[in-house]
Design a protein around this ligand. Structure first.
Ligand code: NAD
Ligand code: DAU
Length: 355
């Protein structure tokens, strides 16, 4: 059976992708290589546990011997590489793990694929493909009136997270140019949806509001992000994995730019409408010290993906937010298990006594 290696599949986007991929391509064996850091949760794919087509391997993508052994052991012809340290604030607090996982880990994956795929090409069942998942943050920050980033915008990362992702992208590009490794890169805007760890803005707001706890807003809340529902991202990734051109980069975005404060108010309105106790949720909004180097605005031009692969987002922001909020409301246990000591320690380190 054809085998796909997904890295970081126990995290937010990775778990959504595996679930989607298993439905769309049931003929594949899926290997999920995940270190299960604080952000990785096997519960996110509990519905696939026991499936003969799904294997979770707890391990580090930067462990060369392990990654190489997986390529040797399984007939892997597809790689979808999500595994990363993904939170900007944590990268400001402690950048080391970002360099190790995002840069060294990506290098190890590319190098193992190169050794096994290019040197033992005749043994492969089909043409291999490596999809490297990246972010719009590599392009840096836009001013209010500037046009959206295209695939040829220069890289100008501003946080240790963005710099580590940019470095990984450049390695991926070099492996295509130098060795002909069939790599595609996607750079996506902010995702939201089920299973997102409540350190990122949208699930953090939901989790805090449910507990009637302060909601921290950096600066004045006027920074702008382009929000994409995670399922739309997964659909785009499958299109690029199967029909994208090796060596190419594809931007993925929703053309759904909103200020942080606008997003927070919309979430609180939906929750307020569902809540019987009448607690004034907007009173929870608390302005806190701004994030250092806080990017002002992200926006992506997705003409290339639309023109070449016919992709466009299908889920409106209102529908996506309602689905997301309903999911969190139905998953109180999932959230309360996360809100263990470690999560509380993180909130205390990040926000001090503000929340
Ligand atoms: P996440 O933090 O929710 O999940 C990351 C996963 O990687 C976790 O399961 C974690 O255990 C695993 N992991 C971390 N270090 C590892 C290591 N050394 N070896 C193996 N596994 C490891 O992240 P996410 O939000 O799902 O993002 C997934 C990918 O998508 C990342 O590469 C991120 O840069 C990119 N991305 C995210 C967004 C977004 O809005 N969340 C947008 C664009 C791109
Ligand atoms: O743009 C894609 C990126 O989106 C991904 O590459 C990253 O992995 C992902 O974390 C995300 O980065 P952001 O920094 O944009 O997302 P975050 O949810 O952390 O913050 C969104 C906005 O909300 C940003 O302007 C900072 C602000 N914010 C965030 C937090 C956590 C707050 O005002 N308060 C907060 O407590």
């Amino acid at each position: 059976m054809t085998t796909i290696l997904v890295t970081g599949g126990a995290g937010f986007i990775g778990s959504n992708f595996i679930r989607y991929f298993a439905q769309q391509r049931p003929e594949f064996n899926i290997i999920n290589l995940d270190l299960l850091t604080y952000a990785g949760n096997p519960e996110n794919l509990i519905d696939l546990e026991g499936s003969p087509h799904y294997t979770l391997i707890q391990g580090d993508i930067a462990d060369q011997a392990l990654v190489y052994s997986l390529f040797k052991r399984y007939p892997i012809t597809r790689v979808v590489h999500f595994a990363a340290e993904s939170h900007v604030d944590r990268s400001i607090m402690a950048p080391d793990a970002f360099v190790r996982t995002n840069v060294q880990g990506t290098f190890v994956l590319l190098e193992s694929a190169r050794q096994l795929w290019l040197e033992e090409k005749s043994k492969l069942e089909e043409e291999p493909r490596f999809l490297h998942i990246s972010t719009d943050e590599v392009y840096g920050s836009l001013k209010s009136q500037e046009p959206a980033f295209t695939e040829s915008s220069p890289y100008a990362p501003n946080s240790p997270y963005a710099a580590s992702k940019a470095s990984a992208d450049l390695l991926a590009r070099a492996y295509y140019k130098t060795y002909g490794l069939p790599v595609m890169i996607t750079n996506c805007s902010n995702n939201y949806g089920p299973y997102q760890f409540p350190e990122k803005l949208i699930p953090l707001v939901i989790a805090q509001a449910l507990d009637h706890k302060p909601i921290p807003i950096y600066g004045k809340g006027d920074n702008i992000r382009d929000w994409l529902y995670v399922e739309d991202h997964c659909r785009a990734l499958l299109r690029v994995l199967e029909d994208g051109r090796p060596g190419e980069t594809y931007n993925i975005g929703a053309q759904n730019e909103r200020s942080n404060l606008e997003v927070v108010h919309q979430i609180l309105q939906i929750l307020q409408d569902q809540q019987a106790d009448g607690y004034p949720l907007t009173d929870l909004i608390t302005f806190v010290k701004d994030r250092p180097g806080h990017d002002w605005r992200y926006a992506l031009d997705t003409t290339k993906l639309n023109r070449e692969l016919g992709w466009r987002p299908e889920v409106s922001f209102t529908t996506g937010l309602e689905r997301t909020i309903n999911w969190y409301l139905g998953q109180r246990d999932w959230i309360s298990r996360i809100k263990s000591g470690l999560y509380r320690d993180y909130l205390a380190r990040q926000y001090g006594s503000a929340i």
